[in-house]
Write a protein that binds this ligand. Structure first.
Ligand code: ADP
Ligand code: MG
Length: 302
């Protein structure tokens, strides 16, 4: 076997440009282990994820699959156990406490699922949005009104949270999260407490933030219909990204294509339905064709 064949089979450790060097968010083999008593929980088990600047990505997955853990790491609230994670110029593994504070102030905005957790109850919407801003009071109020208008809730500017619906509160929360002009907006099941119609309004507000202000958005959701609303939906299973659905808009025709995610070692998860349909278990036979791979169940005739 020639050297180049070995290389193609993944045998060589050729130095390459750093993984995802041109992406805004680069998670490389991210591991997060929680220790509770004598039990270890591996919330993230070698997760790879790249998000380009300006993208809006939805993250879906069963309860307990590691979605919130991922967002906590990206927001700088939690530190991973191993792996690499970079957002813009910030290396989140190497940050000290002081840098962590600066990162959270300058780089990210965050929206929680619980409406009550996002806003200060004794302030109006306008005042809530103005809290993270700097500058003269009048200017902050005007900017707050602009952001409230942007996400479609200009009419609640003078109301306190308890005088708003859940959907209005979440849209005010998005405006608040945008107040410091973050490059990255993170939302953890922001529509989890809302009915379908209201959830759509909140999703639209995230979209608008993404399109109008160019903010990169990563939104966790358990709503399977979201892949119809965003260009890319990433599915997490057992602390790893397992598949992606890409939405393509080709002149009025919208198509969805599902992709399996291949990690850097070439590992690939075959969906359970496919494995069961062909009784694929421990071992499969591979063949390299001109433009694709063929995969057969073990023991199938050649
Ligand atoms: P998701 O948001 O997808 O529902 P999480 O990221 O919250 O999942 O949790 C992933 C796994 O990690 C779960 O098994 C959960 O119980 C565990 N976990 C999350 N946070 C902690 C923690 N602080 N201590 C111990 N285990 C945790
Ligand atoms: Mg969660």
């Amino acid at each position: 076997m020639s050297d180049s064949t070995l290389q193609a089979l993944g045998g060589g450790a050729k130095p390459t440009a750093q993984f995802g060097h041109d992406a805004l968010v680069a998670c490389d083999n991210l591991v997060r282990i929680f220790q509770s008593g004598s039990v270890e929980v591996q919330a993230l088990q070698g997760l790879d994820l790249l998000v380009d600047e300006g993208e809006m990505v939805a993250v879906v997955g069963a309860s307990g699959s590691g979605k919130s853990t991922l967002l906590a790491v990206l927001s700088g609230m939690d530190a991973p156990t191993a792996g690499r994670v970079r957002v813009g110029r910030w290396d989140l593994m190497a940050m000290h406490a002081k840098e962590r504070v600066a990162y959270r102030r300058q780089m990210v905005g965050f929206v929680w699922q619980q409406t009550s957790r996002n806003l200060l109850p004794y302030l109006t919407a306008r005042q809530n949005v103005a809290v993270p801003m700097r500058g003269p009071r009048r200017q902050r109020a005007a900017r707050a009104d602009e952001l409230l208008d942007l996400v479609g809730v200009g009419h609640v500017a003078d109301r306190q949270p308890q005088e708003m619906s859940g959907g209005e509160q979440q849209r005010v929360a998005i405006a608040t999260a945008l107040a410091n002009e973050p490059q990255l907006l993170l939302a953890d099941e922001p529509t989890g407490e809302l009915d379908t119609a209201t959830a759509r309004d909140v999703f639209d507000a995230l979209r608008t933030a993404n399109r109008e202000s160019g903010t990169t958005v990563v939104v966790v959701t358990h709503d399977p219909a979201v892949s119809g609303l965003v260009e890319r939906t990433v599915a997490i299973r057992d602390g790893r990204t397992s598949s992606e659905v890409l939405r393509r808009d080709t002149g009025g025709d919208v198509t969805h294509e599902e992709y399996a995610v291949m990690d850097r070692a070439g590992r690939l998860q075959v969906p359970r339905e496919y494995r069961e349909a062909l009784a694929m278990t421990r071992r499969v036979r591979l063949a390299l064709e001109a433009d694709h791979l063929s995969v057969w169940p073990d023991g199938s005739p050649r």
